[in-house]
Write a new protein. Structure first.
Length: 81
């Protein structure tokens, strides 16, 4: 995996205007929080993401795409309910 600082930078740029914070857990997994920066409302929280395979900008971009799909699905589900 690339450095957590670089990973965080790439992830943050992929979710603008939302904010994204990524950190390493003690077990080496990633914690990813995507949130609305003004209110602090968390839109998506993943607590144990495997860093395996997240070793290039392309693989991180693919992850961003997957998480954006999850965000959209969650918003549709909330709007429908």
């Amino acid at each position: 995996m690339i450095s957590i600082v670089e990973f965080n930078r790439i992830m943050a740029s992929g979710f603008l205007p939302l904010a994204c914070d990524c950190s390493l857990n003690r077990d080496g997994s990633l914690r990813i929080s995507i949130f609305e920066p003004t209110s602090g409302r968390v839109d998506l929280l993943l607590t144990r993401v495997s860093p395996e395979g997240l070793d290039s900008v392309r693989s991180i971009s693919n992850l961003i795409g997957e998480l954006r799909t999850e965000l959209k699905a969650g918003r549709r589900g909330f709007a429908a309910g």
